[in-house]
Design a protein around this ligand. Structure first.
Ligand code: PGA
Length: 233
């Protein structure tokens, strides 16, 4: 199982020093990937987890103030990177074309992309769920080779579930995950890992764990509670 921790824009420097110490003081049977704010990446160099970034630049290097390049991530031992998170799509107007470019930049550095896709409540109610997922996958995978696609991880995150406390049923998740896996197998002839993300916490985690088609989880808000998280893992 792949357990990805998305800190988003939280924690101060002192908080993070304490968090890292606590996270690293134990072995995990699952692969734990921590995605702190970029400024804190150098702090997370422990052996008991992998390091992920919350974002990467669509550009290679140079005059792009505020951005972080895939080569810079690589130099900080980053091995995973979130792309296409709904918050980036919404607040920074990131489209699939940009996400596709980010994936290509990550591939060049051998960093695994965790591509986030998911529908709004409206799209679900209008029966557009599959259409939305297919569009995102096709556009984000544009021009990628089969052997590259194989190494991408998909995080299915229904937008209406992120940070809301509202979660889909296990059956809903199972259906979507199977659909994504089947679609990718049929179109690209590869097997891909799929995670679920959206309002995961200590009271629903074990229920979600019974979904056999899932390969792991993307945890946001709850990932900030390092003691409770360790208990669960
Ligand atoms: P959440 O966030 O667990 O706080 O809902 C998940 C995510 O945005 O990745």
């Amino acid at each position: 199982m792949l357990i990805v921790l998305n800190h988003k824009m939280n924690l101060t420097y002192q908080d993070v020093l304490d968090y890292e110490k606590k996270l690293n003081d134990r072995n995990y049977k699952d692969t734990v990937v921590v995605c702190p704010s970029s400024a804190y990446l150098p702090i997370f160099q422990g052996n008991n987890y992998k390091l992920g970034s919350q974002d990467v630049s669509a550009y290679e290097k140079g005059s792009h103030t505020g951005d972080i390049a895939s080569s810079q991530l690589k130099s900080l031992n980053v091995s995973y990177c979130l792309v296409g998170h709904s918050e980036r799509r919404k607040y920074y107007k990131e489209c699939n074309k940009i996400i596709n470019q980010k994936i290509k930049n990550l591939l060049a550095e051998d960093i695994t992309s965790i591509l986030c896709i998911g529908e709004t409540k409206e799209e679900r109610n209008d029966n557009k769920l599959k259409e939305v997922l297919i569009k995102d996958i096709a556009e984000c995978f544009q021009d990628l080779k089969k052997e590259n696609i194989e190494n991408i991880v998909i995080a299915y995150e229904p937008i209406w579930s992120i940070g809301t406390g509202v979660v889909p049923t296990n059956q809903d998740i199972e259906e979507v995950v199977s659909f994504i896996k089947k679609y990718i197998k049929n179109h690209y002839q590869v097997d891909i890992k799929v995670l679920y993300g959206g309002s995961i916490n200590e009271s629903n985690y074990n229920t979600f764990k019974t979904i056999t088609s899932l390969d792991g989880f993307l945890i946001g808000g709850f990932s900030l509670k390092v003691e409770e998280l360790k208990e669960l893992l």
